[in-house]
Write a protein that binds this ligand. Structure first.
Ligand code: FDA
Length: 501
């Protein structure tokens, strides 16, 4: 086999001499290019993987056209250089820009146009766009259409839609992936498909079956959803002293049964008490009501849907809409580790108190848990409609998060150990056999593929059924049919049944 250096030279030669390069220049960055570090780091959203020790790509290719993607796939085959696709770069485990073998990044950042058709209530979104760009394009053209995707505007549609994608209108409309009606995809042979030519199995699989598995999605077509001219937002905050635990307990009983228009999530974190500046637990009930509030409390704010996007993203609601287009997050980037859980039965106040004890540990920089209610539309969509399986029977989802800034091994270990211990503590109170998880909150602790070679179905099922339940088997069948040699892969991509070298 050629050395990595030789592979790299041959790969670049292959790209530069490909027929696509004759039509328009294929832009790529090697470590010799002064822009390489900034191009690499710009879309790294977890600083845990921005260390000098993290493996770096041999090349970053930034395609301008689909033909550039086809050329990159073809050269990757020829010179056996491993491929990682990057959309917005928000993968929690850095899988779009870190790999343990020599690799290149296909960074879709320049394929980011969004075309909204208000009359047809649809949008075509190129896979390198962010959800903020999508929101911006909708919000500048209409106040009565919306799209149900995530909260943070910098998240990329490439990975987000590939894993489901949810935000505050989940109870009313379901997931982003529930509203995809067409897609363009480049397959393992470099062929370009739309929904009709890829077939319903593959079209099913790419709407939630995880990124970097079935091909490179270059664009999504989605349906937009009607919302009233004005919606309502509010946040109510309670500390432990103000009975946060009792209110969360009550919330657990009812939040998935409210009318579909109402979504109240709870964010558990830490704050200082005003009386003696000691730390206490705080629960923020952060809410969207897709209707108008005539007689509600003064803390309710009525605004257009697009302004509610600003509210939940943390911007003042009178900010210029252009802030949604920025790929630079509002809050500084930090190290983080996250996990997820699904809850089917309310946990006791005692169990909640154990969460507070962990949140209040002073040596943990910034712990946070987010409880997001399900029910509503989510309970009506069948589990097998798309690969995302967490539907009826789910009361709420927990996202466990911990952020820290201190650098070095000790701080990383302390924070990662903290979240693992919390996860262990919660085991009796959440879904079991399997303990379910959300693929877009990627967590390699729940299992991973065999990095050294073939991954058997038994090995992959360990994590596969946690993310996909009964849909896992169908994903394996689709993968085996469309990519039997496992060209598109990462530590948690669904592997084919076929052996490969
Ligand atoms: P990234 O580029 O890292 O891609 C993620 C995965 O998809 C990788 O495996 C990548 O190879 C693959 N991929 C990307 N583009 C592809 C393409 N075109 N074709 C094939 N494969 C592709 N989630 C949520 O549901 N609701 C929310 O509100 C939020 N909020 C949020 C905030 C912040 C700050 C972060 C860091 C993350 C979230 N998420 C989220 C999670 C988010 O949905 C998840 O990380 C997505 O996979 C991110 O997609 P990106 O394209 O940004 O990431």
């Amino acid at each position: 086999a050629a050395s990595p250096a030789a592979n790299h030279e041959n790969f670049l030669h292959c790209l530069s001499t490909s027929p696509a390069a004759n039509v328009s220049k294929i832009v790529f960055y090697t470590p010799a290019n002064p822009s390489y570090p900034s191009v690499l780091q710009f879309s790294i959203h977890n600083l845990r993987f921005n260390t000098s020790a993290a493996p770096k790509p041999i090349v970053i290719v930034t395609p301008q056209t689909t033909s550039h993607i086809q050329a990159a796939i073809s050269c990757s085959h020829k010179h056996r250089l491993h491929l990682r696709v990057r959309g917005g770069g928000h993968d929690y485990e850095g899988l779009s820009y870190v790999a343990s073998r020599p690799f290149f990044i296909l960074d879709l950042i320049n394929l980011s146009s969004v075309k909204v058709d208000v009359a047809a209530r649809t949008a075509w979104i190129q896979a390198g766009a962010t959800i903020g760009e999508l929101y911006y394009q909708i919000g500048t053209q209409t106040t009565t259409l919306a799209f149900p995707a995530g909260v943070c505007p910098t998240v990329g549609v490439g990975g987000h839609f590939s894993g489901g994608g949810y935000g505050l209108s989940l109870r009313k409309f379901g997931l982003a992936a529930d509203h995809i009606v067409d897609a363009h995809l480049v397959d393992v042979k470099g062929k370009v498909h739309n929904r009709a030519s890829m077939g319903e199995d593959l079209f099913w699989a790419i709407r939630g079956g995880g990124g970097n598995t079935f091909g490179v999605v270059t664009a999504w077509k989605v349906n937009l959803l009607p919302v009233p001219e004005n919606v309502t937002v509010f946040t109510v905050t309670k500390t432990i002293q103000q009975n946060a635990t009792g209110i969360i307990n009550r919330w657990q009983q009812v939040a998935d049964r409210f009318p579909d228009d109402l979504f109240i999530r709870v964010i558990l974190d830490r704050t200082e008490t005003t009386t003696n500046s000691t730390a206490t637990g705080r629960a923020s009930f952060n809410s969207l009501y897709l209707g108008q509030a005539q007689s509600l409390l003064p803390l309710l704010q009525q605004l257009t849907w697009i302004r509610s996007i600003l509210y939940f993203a943390g911007y003042p609601t009178d900010s210029p809409l252009e802030v949604l287009r920025s790929r630079v997050p509002l809050t500084r980037k930090r190290n983080f580790k996250a996990k997820s859980d699904y809850v089917t039965e309310p946990m006791s106040e005692r169990a909640l108190e154990g969460i507070w004890r962990r949140i209040l540990r002073p040596d943990i920089e910034d712990p946070e848990l987010i409880f997001s209610p399900y029910g509503g539309r989510m309970s009506e969509i069948p589990e097998s409609s798309i690969p995302f399986p967490h539907r009826a029977g789910t009361r709420y989802k927990i996202q466990h998060l911990v952020y820290w800034e201190r650098e070095g091994r000790e701080a990383t270990d302390r924070h990662v150990d903290w979240i693992r211990e919390l996860y262990g503590y919660l085991a009796p109170h959440v879904s079991k056999n399997p303990r379910l998880a959300y693929v877009n909150y990627r967590d390699l602790d729940v299992g991973s593929n065999n990095g050294a070679g073939f991954t058997s179905n038994e090995e992959a099922r360990v994590w596969g059924v946690k993310y996909f339940k009964g849909n896992y088997e169908r994903l394996v069948r689709v993968k085996t049919a469309v990519d039997p040699r496992n060209f598109f892969r990462n530590e948690q991509s669904v592997p084919p049944l076929t052996a490969w070298k």
